[in-house]
Design a protein around this ligand. Structure first.
Ligand SMILES: C[S@@+](CC[C@H](N)C(=O)[O-])C[C@H]1O[C@@H](n2cnc3c(N)ncnc32)[C@H](O)[C@@H]1O
Length: 272
């Protein structure tokens, strides 16, 4: 057997449980090949065999493909807006609120939201779901141990209040940790939660093809209640947000104003 690159990618997709063809090919191909040469593997057959038989290398492969850097209050200005503007508005509705951090990585993102809610005296009203495709980062999130670089953007008073520092390690507050529910979930494959008030999905879709992004934005529209918000990463503006039933309220913040336009759902994209 002599696998072509396309065949290898197909088989690797099956192993990883995610369609690698839905990730931007330039970045994906570069990462796949750099690992191949790093391991001194010379054929795709051999590469596949390594992934099938060596769990450590398989984990490393998944990790390399999914890139999972994160930090507390990443782009602090945007989190301040969540704090001062968007969460207070969402909290005006009575009863429980639902937040979903999709592609949550090591937990810094949903934990940042938990801190803000605690500061707003509203954490008890919130359900925070945090999902990621990568079990390794989810385990790290559950542990809640961070290095300075991952907490550096937090205001110092919040860092002192919500972390216990031991040497170089910052341990996140146990009570707040318990308020976030982590779950393994593939955004490209699995059903989304419903009736969400705020979706935070940042620096995730940047790695996906346009086709995959469309699927995710349509899914987010369905997952949100009308009036709910979707917060993106700083470099992920949604060009055709109106087609997905969103209004662009501020940089990185979109509000669901209704269902997607029928042509968006039908996958017809004769856009302006
Ligand atoms: C760069 S991190 C972003 C972390 C965090 N949202 C932030 O902005 O700091 C991207 C995360 O997306 C996750 N990811 C990649 N593909 C995914 C998929 N198909 N479904 C769910 N999560 C995925 C990766 O495992 C990684 O943890």
């Amino acid at each position: 057997m002599s696998l072509s690159y396309e065949e290898f990618k197909k088989e690797a997709s099956r192993l990883c449980g995610t369609d690698l063809f839905l990730y931007k090919s330039q970045q994906m191909d570069r990462r796949i090949h750099s690992l191949m040469s790093f391991w001194g593997v010379t054929s795709y057959d051999e590469y596949l065999e390594v992934l099938k038989t060596n769990p450590e290398r398989f984990q490393e492969f998944v990790k390399r493909l999914t890139i999972n850097v994160s930090e507390f209050f990443r782009n602090p200005d945007r989190f301040i807006e969540v704090w001062e503007r968007f969460l207070p508005e969402i909290l005006q509705k009575p009863g429980a609120i639902r937040i979903w951090s999709a592609g949550c990585s090591n937990g810094a993102e949903p934990y940042s939201v938990a801190i803000i809610l605690q500061e707003l005296n509203a954490l008890h009203r919130a359900t925070i779901l945090a999902t990621d495709i990568d079990q390794v980062v989810l385990d790290k999130a559950l542990k809640g141990a961070y290095v300075f670089n991952e907490v550096k953007s937090l205001p110092a008073d919040l860092r002192a209040k919500y972390f216990r520092q031991e040497g170089e390690v910052f341990y996140f507050d146990d009570d707040l940790k318990k308020r976030v529910q982590f779950k393994k979930h593939n955004l490209l494959l699995e059903p989304y939660p419903e009736n969400v008030d705020l979706i935070v999905c940042r620096n995730v879709v940047i790695y996906f093809t346009e086709e995959a992004k469309k699927k995710i934005y349509l899914g987010f529209n369905q997952a949100l209640r009308v009036g709910g918000y979707f917060m993106t990463g700083g470099t992920e503006p949604i060009l055709y947000y109106r087609y997905y039933g969103f209004q662009n309220i501020a940089p990185s913040f979109y509000k669901k104003i209704g269902p997607p336009k029928p042509e968006a759902e039908a996958g017809q994209w004769s856009l302006p």
